[in-house]
Design a protein around this ligand. Structure first.
Ligand SMILES: Cc1cc2nc3c(=O)[nH]c(=O)nc-3n(C[C@H](O)[C@H](O)[C@H](O)COP(=O)(O)OP(=O)(O)OC[C@H]3O[C@@H](n4cnc5c(N)ncnc54)[C@H](O)[C@@H]3O)c2cc1C
Length: 314
């Protein structure tokens, strides 16, 4: 466990933005994270749980409370429980490591989500997904600490939506996750493992080729627009080839509405209009301003209101 005061949040977020946290606790252990929450509650200190820091933006002035950095669990046969096609794993484990380990067991269903940055907990909270695979579809139950007790939430009570879940609305600590996956062909499990791992590696390679291993951003900044939310009149203005998986690509909308803007140290990535990047000198103030300009331009051109996928921690 690490406990520090006045800790620079820019060092633990992929955007490299944010001032200091009043208090910072880093642990992989549920009991230590829970103790942190209980003492914050006792002393009336606000708190937030952070995992990989790949989908959050802290303010330049920092966070006037306790940041619990719940990360670092190494997956072993003790904490990665396999029960047939179900696996139970700790929230503080790295997501990509988990995908590799689970796929190597011949269990299918996560391989397309390989190399999504972050930890298991963060992936569940935001219902992360890629190439039409979403973690929410794989959940059996999620174990949480709600500030008073540890309990299990069954999938039906999580309601997962597009980059959304009940966990986004609650200040709970996600502790463990049970996933319900598919077993490979029983007669040819070894073959399946090889196929699954090949896909895991190919997808990771593709992603890293596109934006590098550690881009200073939080991935897609805005949510793509669900088709059902777009009025017919507006839909007529949109290039139909930019509708993917029943969503209008925000990268396309931004590209049609603004040039490759840069504001202070924050700029629109050359490889993707929906990736806002920090050149190392950016501030959250710059980011909010640039995001505002983009939103305004898209609204003016298409009448569509963009919504942030990243979470601002205020
Ligand atoms: C280069 C890049 C590419 C990306 N590509 C994708 C992609 O393809 N698909 C996709 O869905 N996302 C993508 N993302 C976004 C990000 O990786 C995901 O949202 C990821 O799931 C966030 O996980 P994290 O552990 O970093 O969460 P964090 O950023 O640490 O936290 C995210 C939210 O979850 C909460 N939280 C985290 N852990 C816990 C916990 N244990 N208990 C309670 N609350 C918790 C935090 O309070 C915060 O609100 C990308 C990001 C980057 C930088």
């Amino acid at each position: 466990m690490i406990l520090k005061s006045n800790f620079p949040l820019s060092t633990i977020t992929t955007f490299q933005l944010g001032g200091p946290a009043k208090l910072y606790l880093k642990t992989a252990l549920p009991e230590e994270a829970i103790a942190g929450i209980l003492s914050a509650r006792e002393s009336g200190l606000k708190y937030i749980v952070l995992s990989g820091g790949s989908n959050v933006v802290f303010q330049d002035k920092g966070f006037d409370g306790l940041v619990i950095h719940f990360t670092g669990a190494k997956l072993t046969s003790k904490n990665l429980e396999v029960l047939g096609a179900k696996v139970i794993l700790p929230a503080s484990a790295n997501w990509h490591e988990a995908v590799k380990k689970i796929s190597a067991l011949g269990l299918a269903g996560l391989e397309k989500m390989s190399a999504i940055p972050g930890n298991v907990g963060g992936v569940v909270v935001g219902n992360a997904g890629a190439y039409e695979q979403f973690i929410g579809d794989k959940i059996d139950w999620v174990e949480i600490f709600d500030g008073k007790e540890i309990r299990k939430i069954k999938k039906a009570s999580c309601p997962f939506g597009y980059r959304d879940s009940i966990f986004k609305k609650k200040n709970w600590l996600v502790l463990r996750v049970c996933l319900k996956l598919k077993k490979g062909l029983p007669a040819n499990l070894a073959g399946d493992k090889v196929k699954l791992l090949k896909e895991v590696n190919e997808i990771a390679k593709l992603r890293w080729q596109k934006f590098g291993c550690h881009p200073t951003c939080a991935g897609s900044f805005f949510k793509n627009i669900e088709l059902k939310k777009v009025p017919k009149k507006i839909l007529a203005k949109i290039d139909q080839t930019k509708i993917i998986e029943n969503k209008v690509s925000v990268g396309y909308l931004i590209g049609e509405s603004v040039p490759k803007l840069k504001l202070g140290g924050i700029y629109i990535a050359s490889f993707h209009n929906n990736f806002l990047m920090n050149d190392g000198t950016g501030t959250t103030r710059d980011l909010i301003k640039l995001a505002g300009k983009i939103k305004q331009a898209v609204k003016k051109k298409f009448g569509i209101e963009l919504e942030e996928e990243v979470r601002y921690i205020l």
